[in-house]
Structures are given as C-alpha cells and as structure tokens.
Design a protein around this ligand. Structure first.
Ligand code: NDX
Length: 251
C-alpha cells in the first residue's frame, strides 16, 4: 500500500507539472510542432504510437501472467483489469495501424514510453496485488456507473479518432475542420471521450491510482484541447463560433 500511495502521489505531482508546462505552450507534436519538415529526430506515427503505448498493455499483462497463484477474484477485480488492458489493446494494436498522423518526435516518444511503463505498472500492480473488492462489487453503484461512463467515454474517443482520421486521404498531412459526432460541440471531442473514460474507470475501481491517472489525463489532454481550439480559431475564419474547446456548452 505504501508503494501504491507513493507512486500515485508522484503521478498527481506529474499531472501538476504537466499542467504548469503545457497550459500556456502546447506539447510539441502533431499540429503544434514547430519545425514540421525536419525528418531527423522523428519516427513514423504508426511506429511511435505502437512503441509508446505497448508498455501500458504489456506491463499489466506480464504482472498478471507472473502472479502465482493467479489472483483475480472476485469478478469485479477481474473485469477492472480487463477494462484497462482492453483500452490499451485498442491503443497499441489498432489505433496506430490506422493513424494518418505526422511523424512523432523521438524525445517525446521517450518520455511517453517511460510514462506508459510507469502507469501500466501502477494500475496493474494495484489491481492484481493490492485491490480488495467485496464479492458483490459488480452490483455496486460505483462499479456500474463507472463502467457505463468508461464505455461511453471509450465510444466517444474511438468514434472521434475515426472522424479525425477520415479528414485525410492516405499520405495527406493537412488539417481540416473536424465535423460530426461530438465535434459539433467541441474541438477536442476525442480528448473529452478519453477523460470521461478514465474518470469512469476511477469511479469503477474506486482507487487512488485510477483517480491519479484520470487527473493526469485531464491535465495532459485538457490543455491540449484548449490549444487545438485556439489553433482552429486562428487558422479557419469559418470555424463554428459556438463550438467549445473541451466540454460541450461550457468550456
Ligand atoms: N500519449 C497519453 N510530461 C501521450 C503522448 C505524449 O497516450 O514529458 C499521454 C498518450 C506524452 C504523454 C502521453 C504523456 C506526457 C508526455 C507527453 C509528451 C511530453 C509529456 C510524456 C503518453 C511530458 C511530463 C513533463 C509530465 C513528464 O498530423 P497529426 O499527428 O496532428 O494528425 C492527427 C489527426 N488530426 C487531424 N487530421 C486532420 N485534420 C485535423 N484538424 C486534425 N486534428 C488532428 O488526428 C492525429 O493523427 C490524430 C489525433 O490527433 P490529436 O492531436 O487530436 O490527438 P493526439 O494528441 O495525437 O492523441 C491521440 C489519441 C487521442 O485519442 C487521445 O485521447 C489519446 O491518444 N491520448 C493522448 C495523449 C495522452 C492520453 C491519451 C492520456 O493521457 N490518456
């Protein structure tokens, strides 16, 4: 428990660091990268996203395989571990192979991979070695409402990433105005979905590591949604004025 507390607190501190670094200046990848044509020091997006996200899937999966005897009772605990791995299975083995994104900076890839090892270990270690849930956790209101939010968020995230992908033909690297789905209301629809998803996961697990990760996600991609929004307003004169940055009708 003290290891989990220490790692979760560090994750919370990293979230605040992230917020202070990237609130005014966006993290330099994708549409916010300054020197767009410099091929050195960058890796094709497919390869970069695969490598970066792989530890988030692999580390909990390895922890699970190495745990002897296997401890994933009750059912609630097993389901929660599967939810985490399910998201990262999608992010590692499906998302990268369809992306039409620009090459990704190696430096950020390095830090992103470290982050995914860290978080994959924290969430997996907690769920596999530390979490204690009553046998009827699956019927607890926290589990059911959290699971619903998780699924809703994941649906919005995947659908929004798909809409972004469809804006480009293969080989194209230009930016267009996203249309449809939740993009009708916000510029960062994919980010909104991801944030809802991880807060849903935090409620379903009712655990410090998951709340720390949801908070990190908010501090990481919340500011990015704001910078995307400003970019669109600056770049496209016909950008819909009623569209918000991250939260429909509010912000
Ligand atoms: N990866 C999470 N911090 C991050 C990578 C960067 O999964 O040192 C966090 C993740 C990492 C970060 C990660 C952790 C913190 C790091 C940071 C770098 C520095 C930072 C390590 C690990 C750090 C400290 C100091 C604290 C240690 O060309 P393109 O690529 O722009 O194309 C884009 C395209 N697109 C468009 N196409 C046409 N027209 C338009 N208008 C378009 N707009 C976009 O769509 C892409 O191909 C694609 C998506 O682009 P974008 O910019 O909307 O999303 P993106 O940021 O690339 O995220 C992709 C998905 C998305 O679903 C998002 O929710 C999820 O990944 N994500 C992303 C970041 C973090 C995260 C989830 C999480 O925290 N849960």
């Amino acid at each position: 428990p003290s290891l989990v507390l220490a790692l979760s607190s560090l994750l919370g501190a990293l979230a605040l660091l992230q917020l202070s670094l990237y609130l005014r200046v966006p993290s330099r990848y994708g549409k916010h990268e300054e020197r767009l044509c410099r091929p050195r020091g960058r890796l094709p997006a497919r390869c970069a996203w695969f490598l970066q996200e792989l530890p988030s899937f692999l580390v909990p999966a390895l922890l699970l395989a190495l745990r002897s005897p296997p401890r994933l009772e009750p059912l609630g605990c097993r389901l929660l571990c599967c939810l985490f791995c399910w998201h990262y299975f999608y992010r590692t083995f499906i998302y990268p192979f369809f992306t039409r994104g620009r090459p990704f900076p190696l430096q950020l890839l390095f830090f992103g991979t470290l982050f995914c090892i860290y978080n994959g270990f924290l969430q997996g270690y907690y769920l596999i070695y530390c979490a204690e849930y009553p046998n009827d956790w699956c019927t607890d209101i926290r589990f059911t409402s959290g699971l619903l939010l998780f699924l809703l968020g994941m649906g919005i995230n995947i659908h929004s990433d798909l809409l972004l992908r469809q804006l480009r033909k293969p080989g194209e690297v230009t930016y267009k105005i996203p249309q449809g789905g939740l993009f009708t209301y916000v510029s960062g629809a994919n980010y909104f979905g991801e944030i809802v998803e991880w807060f849903g996961f935090a409620i379903a697990t009712w655990s410090l590591p998951a709340f720390a990760f949801a908070f990190f996600t908010l501090c990481c991609i919340g500011p990015r949604a704001y910078h995307h929004h400003r970019y669109y307003l600056k770049t496209f004169t016909d950008y819909p004025k009623s569209r918000k940055a991250l939260i429909p009708f509010i912000f």
